[in-house]
Design a binder for this molecule. Sequence first.
Ligand SMILES: C[S@@+](CC[C@H](N)C(=O)[O-])C[C@H]1O[C@@H](n2cnc3c(N)ncnc32)[C@H](O)[C@@H]1O
Length: 205
Amino acid sequence: MTAYVPEEVERYAQAHSTPPDPVFERLAAETRATQRSPQMMVGQLEGAFLRFVVAMARPRLVLEIGAFTGWSSIAMAQALPLGGRIVSCDVNEETTAIARRYAAQAGVADRIEYRVGPALETLAELDGPFDLVFIDAWKPDYVDYYEAVLPKLAEGGTILADNTLFGMAPDHPLRRFNEHVRDDPRVECVLLPIREGVTLIRRRP
Ligand SMILES: C[S@@+](CC[C@H](N)C(=O)[O-])C[C@H]1O[C@@H](n2cnc3c(N)ncnc32)[C@H](O)[C@@H]1O
C-alpha cells in the first residue's frame, strides 16, 4: 500500500478521531486472516470520515460500488437517518458474505442490500436517485462508474471516489478519472488527501 500521508500524521489523526465500534476490530482481524489484500478496507480514519459525511448529508439512498468485507458500508449505515438505506455491490461472493455477517453483528443488516455482480450491470438495474455514491471498486472502470451514476444522482447529491491520489502515477487509470472529473463542466470537485485520496464531486448548482 502506498503511504501518501506520513504514518505519524495518520496515527495522530486516528488517535484524535472518535474510535470505531468494536465490531470493526473483529471485521479487520477476519479480513487480515482470510484475504490477500486486507489493505483494501477503508480503515479507521476514512471509515470515520464516511460516517461523518453520511451524518451531515442525511441521504435516503446511498450507492456503494465495492463492498469488500463491509467496513465502509457498515460505517455509513451506522449514520443513516431513519428510513435511509444503502445498496452496495461487489463481484466477490465470499467477501460479500463476510460483509453481510458483520452488518448483522453491527445491527445494520436491515439498512444494507448487498448485491453480487459486476457493478456496471447492477447499476443498469438501479434507478436511483442516489443521494450519496461511494466509488471504491475496479480502478480502470471509474470513469464508466461515474458516467453511469451521474444521471441517477439526486438533486444536491454527492459522489465520493476513493484512492484518487493513485492518479499521481502517470500510468495509473485514476489519472484519467481525475482529469475527466476536473474538466467536466457539469460538476465541481475537491480531492482531499485523506489516506489514498478521496474526491468529493457534486453537480454544479
Ligand atoms: C477496495 S475494495 C472495496 C473496499 C471497501 N469499500 C471497504 O471499505 O472494505 C474493492 C472491491 O471492488 C470489487 N470489485 C472489483 N471489480 C468489481 C466490479 N467490476 N464490480 C463490482 N465490484 C468490483 C472487489 O471485489 C473488491 O471487493
